[in-house]
Design a protein around this ligand. Sequence first.
Ligand SMILES: NC(=O)c1ccc[n+]([C@@H]2O[C@H](COP(=O)([O-])OP(=O)(O)OC[C@H]3O[C@@H](n4cnc5c(N)ncnc54)[C@H](OP(=O)(O)O)[C@@H]3O)[C@@H](O)[C@H]2O)c1
Length: 348
Amino acid sequence: MPPSVHAFHHTSSPTDIVAQHPYLTFFFAALGLVSFGKFAAKAVGVLLQTFVLPGTNLKKYGAGKGSWAVVTGASEGIGREFALQLAKKGFNVLVSARNSAALDALVTEIETSCPPERKVQAKAFTMDFSQLSDEAQWGRLAAELEGLDIGVLVNNVGRSHRSPIYFAEAPADEVEDIVKINVNATVRVTRIVLSGMVGRKRGLILNMGSFSGTGVASPMLATYAGTKAFLSSWTASLAEEVSSSGVDVQCLNTYFVVSNMSKIRRSNITTPTPKVYVRSVLQKVGLSCGALWTGRPFVSTPFWSHAVIDYFMNLIGWKMFFIRYTHNLHKSIRKRYLRKLEREGKNK
Ligand SMILES: NC(=O)c1ccc[n+]([C@@H]2O[C@H](COP(=O)([O-])OP(=O)(O)OC[C@H]3O[C@@H](n4cnc5c(N)ncnc54)[C@H](OP(=O)(O)O)[C@@H]3O)[C@@H](O)[C@H]2O)c1
């Protein structure tokens, strides 16, 4: 009999292999079961947190009890909406940004829109968070915050590049301001507020993160992405440091939201309005939602479609694919931006 025919007659069936190698079979079956179990538990956890479970009740942080919420970068966009919704939940609100007229209008809106039985106070503090060496304004901010019972701090102020641009070509002042505002100013405000929260054993700090810092690197927004990565890592360390003092710290992993910064004017399934986005954040405080069990403790992806995207990105895990996709997307946004400037006869 030729050797090939001989070999054919002795091919083992799967049942033979199982019978001949019981330990190996058990090992692979157990491995498969554990992998599937992990996958199923994670999927159920993400679905429950994102679509079913409520987050921590804001009364824990003093809602309706005369406590204050401080929101930075609140003259427009997401920050403005945080101020409005936290006031509706019963917090007094201190809002800060550069545009004093917009802040004053917001203060009036908060004070007039709250029903008399749930009256809250609102204050505006005008400042430029990029001016780190202006000791006078930082001293005034510290004096303004001192003595307030601050239950919530939303570190929302942020700056990005005017349009996606290669790091080597980005204007120096733009790069410096992004780091100063997103990192230094956020750290400073937190230092001012944190000791009071620890002393009162109560507080919530929400840091406005981004997919570019907590999920996938962002070519052509390198400095912005780097500052948001700082926020994610800083949040996790700080959160663990202060958790036994009753202070909760979370980094909000955010994809697109309609705003001046995103330059997206109309909402769609993946890009909510600030109102819808902030509502989802305040409903899911303390939960991780789409970021659950992804090796990013204290990060939360609360808005439902962002949570689904975050979940699948982590499931696929092929980061280089998403980085290339983002790079190509930013190249085309940059091209459109330059064409628009050309039409308007402006410089880059
Ligand atoms: N929109 C998105 O798609 C998106 C996605 C991920 C993360 N985020 C993050 O969400 C946060 C809010 O973004 P947004 O989209 O709401 O942006 P936005 O509409 O441009 O609002 C930014 C706010 O920050 C204030 N601000 C900017 N520079 C400042 C400075 N030097 N000093 C003081 N205040 C300053 C602005 O007010 P003045 O001009 O009056 O100072 C404004 O109130 C940012 O941290 C951003 O990185 C946004």
